[in-house]
Design a protein. Structure first.
Length: 277
């Protein structure tokens, strides 16, 4: 297959994947990884997906800049930088498929627990006028959508380290931190903006590390650019559609995609799972 044909396939599928990703709070790698694996082989998946995710999320950061939660990001960045470097370095030495199986199980269980959990909605006596004076829909949703367990910003440090490390090792962890963002109270634009900022941090370190250890080829860089550049128009379309979703609808789509993503990761490692039985 020619390089041009690969670019055309990746660009077309990437456009669709990024629209879905915007509406579901992430997950475009679930659509792109099988295609990259088919067209270029398994060894190309981590570097190609890393470049594509970096560019696409960098554009998403620009689109939703005002919605970024900087306190959460300040706690996230140090451990994520360390984790992504160690994970990318480990990738140059070994490759552990069983981690995808573990992540898949985690995503499915998390989605089920969220669906079963009763939400506690505080006794807010807000009249129609006070609702109109709310600064934004995201701020209102933080008052109305509360989880049983409130998280602190610093709790993301260990979670960020593990996500970054595994991401560097196997290419992607899927929406594995979505349960944290939801429990912290982030929805819609706030969740997308903050998560995209965190993803950019991880993938920038991974790109530098892959390059330093010669783990990327010219063809892989071009394929990653095709994925990332296709995200620009897709993010614009996704932003338009997202503005017409309620926080509750967004949360439901995120949970559904978590479950689907978990099943996809488990299916991809079904032979490994069967051998463990």
């Amino acid at each position: 297959m020619s390089e041009l044909t690969i670019i055309v396939y990746l660009s077309g599928v990437s456009f669709f994947a990024w629209i879905v990703s915007t509406l579901a709070g992430g997950g475009s790698p679930f659509i792109l990884i099988p295609l990259v694996n088919l067209l270029m082989g398994a060894s190309a998946v981590p570097p190609v997906i890393t470049i594509g995710m970096f560019l696409g999320n960098a554009h998403r950061v620009m689109l939703f800049w005002r919605s970024i939660n900087w306190e959460l990001t300040a706690w996230y960045a140090p451990s994520a930088i360390l984790g992504s470097f160690l994970g990318a370095y480990t990738f140059t030495k070994i490759h552990l498929d069983w981690l995808q199986l573990v992540i898949g199980i985690f995503l499915i269980i998390s989605a089920i627990l969220f669906l079963l959990e009763k939400e506690t909605i505080p006794n807010l006596k807000l009249d129609q006028q006070s609702l109109l004076e709310t600064e934004s829909q995201e701020e209102e949703s933080q008052h109305l959508i509360k989880s049983k367990f409130e998280l602190k910003a610093w709790h993301i440090m260990p979670a960020g380290f593990l996500k970054a490390y595994v991401s560097g090792l196997i290419g992607t962890t899927g929406p594995v931190l979505n349960p944290f963002y939801l429990r912290y109270g982030l929805v819609k634009e706030q969740m997308l903006a903050t998560k995209a900022t965190h993803v950019v941090i991880i993938h920038l370190v991974k790109i530098i590390t892959y390059g330093a250890f010669s783990a990327m080829s010219r063809e892989q860089v071009i394929a990653g650019l095709a994925i990332g550049l296709s995200a620009i128009p897709a993010n614009l379309v996704g932003k338009y559609l997202l503005s017409r979703m309620s926080p509750q609808q967004f949360r439901q789509v995120v949970l559904a995609f978590m479950a689907i993503g978990g099943m996809w990761m488990m299916w991809g490692q079904r032979n490994l799972f069967l051998n463990m039985l």
